[in-house]
Design a protein around this ligand. Structure first.
Ligand code: HEC
Length: 193
C-alpha cells in the first residue's frame, strides 16, 4: 500500500509540475511578444509625435541641424546654460518664442523651459516613473500628474487625446531605450521683459 502510494504521489507531482510548466510557457512567450509589439508601437508614436524635435538635442550636421541620435531623448544638456532672453525680443507684435540651437531650451512669456530627459535613467530620467504617473501627466498637464504645470511648448494637450493603450506604448518604448544620465535644469521664471 505504502509502496504503491509513493510512485502515484510522485507521478502526480510530475503531472502537476508539467501542467504548470505548459500553462506558463505560452503566457510568458505571449507577454514577451506583446511587450515587443508595445515597444514597436511606442517607437512609431514617438517618431510621429515629433518627440525628438524637442527632447533629443540638435547638433549641426553636414545637411544642417538635426537631432543627435547618440543622445536620444535625453533632454536639454546639463552642460549647456541657456542664454538670457534679450530685452524687447518677445512681444505680441514681435517673437512669441525662442529656441536654443539644441532645440531643447525654449524661451517665451512663460520664462525658459527645458525639455525633460525621457530616457529610463533612474535619477535624471523617467526610470523611477510609474506608467500611471506618466499617463496622468500627459492627461492633466501637471508634472508627474500631480505637481506644477507642465510648461510650453510641451504639447501635452495633444498627447492627452491618445488612448491609454497608446500612452502605455509610448511609456514602454521610453523605458526600452538607452538610459542617459543628464540632469535637466529647472525652468527659469519670466524676468518681466
Ligand atoms: C515642441 C517641443 C516639444 C515636443 C514636440 C515634445 N515635448 Fe515633451 N517637453 C517639452 C518641454 C520644453 C518640456 C519641459 C516642460 C516643463 O519643464 O514644464 C517637456 C516635458 C515633457 C515631459 C515631462 C512631463 C512632466 O511630468 O514633467 C514628458 C514626459 C514629455 N515631455 C514627453 C514628450 C513626448 C512623449 C513627446 C512626443 C510625443 C514630447 N514630449 C514632445 C517640449 C516638447
Amino acid at each position: 500500500m505504502f509502496q504503491r502510494t509513493i510512485p502515484i504521489a510522485l507521478a502526480l507531482v510530475v503531472i502537476v509540475g508539467l501542467a504548470i510548466a505548459y500553462s506558463q510557457a505560452p503566457a510568458t512567450k505571449g507577454s514577451a511578444a506583446s511587450n515587443a509589439t508595445l515597444v514597436a508601437r511606442g517607437e512609431y508614436l514617438v517618431h510621429a509625435g515629433s518627440c525628438n524635435d524637442c527632447h533629443t538635442p540638435w547638433v549641426m550636421g553636414p545637411k544642417g541641424p538635426g537631432p543627435d541620435m547618440t543622445r536620444l531623448l535625453s533632454g536639454h544638456p546639463a552642460d549647456m546654460p541657456a542664454p538670457e532672453i534679450p530685452a524687447g525680443v518677445l512681444g505680441p507684435a514681435k517673437w512669441g518664442a525662442l529656441a536654443s540651437p539644441s532645440m531643447t531650451a525654449w524661451g517665451g512669456p512663460w520664462g525658459i523651459s527645458f525639455a525633460a530627459n525621457l530616457t529610463p535613467d533612474e535619477i535624471t530620467g523617467t526610470g523611477a516613473w510609474t506608467e500611471t504617473a506618466f499617463i496622468k501627466a500627459m492627461r492633466t498637464g501637471k508634472h508627474l500628474g500631480a505637481g506644477r504645470d507642465i510648461l510650453p511648448p510641451m504639447p501635452w494637450p495633444n498627447l492627452a487625446k491618445l488612448s491609454d493603450d497608446d500612452l502605455k506604448a509610448i511609456f514602454a518604448y521610453l523605458h526600452s531605450i538607452k538610459p542617459i544620465s543628464n540632469q535637466v535644469p529647472q525652468p527659469i521664471p519670466p524676468t518681466g521683459h
